[in-house]
Design a protein. Sequence first.
Length: 132
Amino acid sequence: MADNAENVNPNMVVRFERAPHTRFYMCRSCKNHLLSLQNQLFRDQGLNAIICQNAVNVSVENEDSSWTLNHHPVVNVLCNQCNTTQGQKFLRTPLPTRAVQEGRFLLYLNKMLYWDGNQVVYADTLQPAAED
């Protein structure tokens, strides 16, 4: 974990069941589980990303490393297993929209895999991913 990052769920590792009735996203680098499909709120086609309220097994950089994305202050969100940047978390939203609100996560599809109920696919292309 980065020195300036805080674990969102410090005492817990969340795993979703690979079953026909489940859908979830995983880190593309290490396959750490990050988000169930039920927690996905919006899909941003322009950024090729999803917006969600809750992510699991991630850490969030401290506010002192914040930067601006489309006029919104954000910090990076990292996989807490391999430390790969997965996206950003919105800190404050002076002009909130339906999608962009304080505390929500923006996670990039090209950084993730997706369990579609049958197989693991690349989240951005939905093409089958190689299984280890």
